[in-house]
Design a protein around this ligand. Structure first.
Ligand code: DX5
Ligand code: ZN
Length: 216
């Protein structure tokens, strides 16, 4: 299981230090929120640009923004490793995927808890990652919604049947108690905010999450 800590729960006054504290992780998950697609506002292009310059690990950018068709390509041009956009926010997903790809970024599509898996099947051949939100996007520190688990199993079975290597990422409420179950259901990349930055040492928390995922 890949572990991508979400810096939403990090100390925003010292993001470079926080990125160094998670250098053992697979990638840093960067939550971009515009206060329109979700009722919260985080960071935008200039900050992500600096994070990309100083990060010791790849950046996994999760865009929770409304005008994604025009804005997402600007993030891809920063050279970040991957860009994930919400299917609910894009008017022309096929076109957006190819624009992002042309910038050299890996591409992910995210689904809110209420969006069925069937909505994304047309795009799976074109993307690198499917993000199944396990909470309503907008805030860190929420509890995982049990009703989203069936979608993970559904996605895993669909991808395996087609021998697809699309990464299955889960985001929201992931912790030591449920990461084993998420791994069993077929997720192979977990975002974790509070579970990494909440208490203790981020690097120890990352190791503990990896162990818990493999001992399911
Ligand atoms: C929520 C964000 C998540 C969030 C996860 O909208 O997309 O990445 O930071 O935080 P935890 O792990 O604390 O639920
Ligand atoms: Zn996220």
């Amino acid at each position: 299981m890949k572990i991508n800590p979400s810096i939403l729960s990090a100390d925003f006054s010292k993001l470079a230090d926080e990125l160094n504290a998670i250098s053992s992780a697979d990638a840093a998950h960067i939550d971009v929120m515009d206060n329109h697609f979700v009722p919260n506002l985080t960071i935008g292009l200039p900050v992500v640009k600096r994070l990309q310059q100083v990060s010791p690990i790849p950046l996994d950018v999760h865009l929770m923004i409304e005008k994604v068709d025009s804005e997402a390509p600007k993030y891809a041009q920063l050279g970040v490793d991957s860009i994930t956009f919400h299917l609910e926010a894009s008017e022309s997903p096929h076109e957006l995927i190819s624009t992002l790809r042309a910038s050299g970024a890996k591409v992910g599509i995210a689904l809110k808890p209420g969006t069925p898996f069937a909505a994304v099947t047309d795009f799976l051949d074109e993307i690198d990652m499917l993000l199944i939100m396990t909470v309503e996007p907008g805030f860190g520190g929420q509890s995982l919604l049990e009703e989203t688990l069936v979608k993970i199993a559904q996605a895993r079975s669909y991808l395996d049947t087609r021998k697809s290597d699309v990464i299955l990422q889960v985001d929201g409420g992931v912790n030591l108690s449920n990461i084993g179950k998420l791994s069993e259901l077929g997720a192979n990349c977990a975002v974790a905010g509070i579970a990494v930055f909440g208490s203790g040492t981020p690097s120890d928390n990352i190791s503990a999450l990896r162990r818990a995922a493999s001992h399911s």
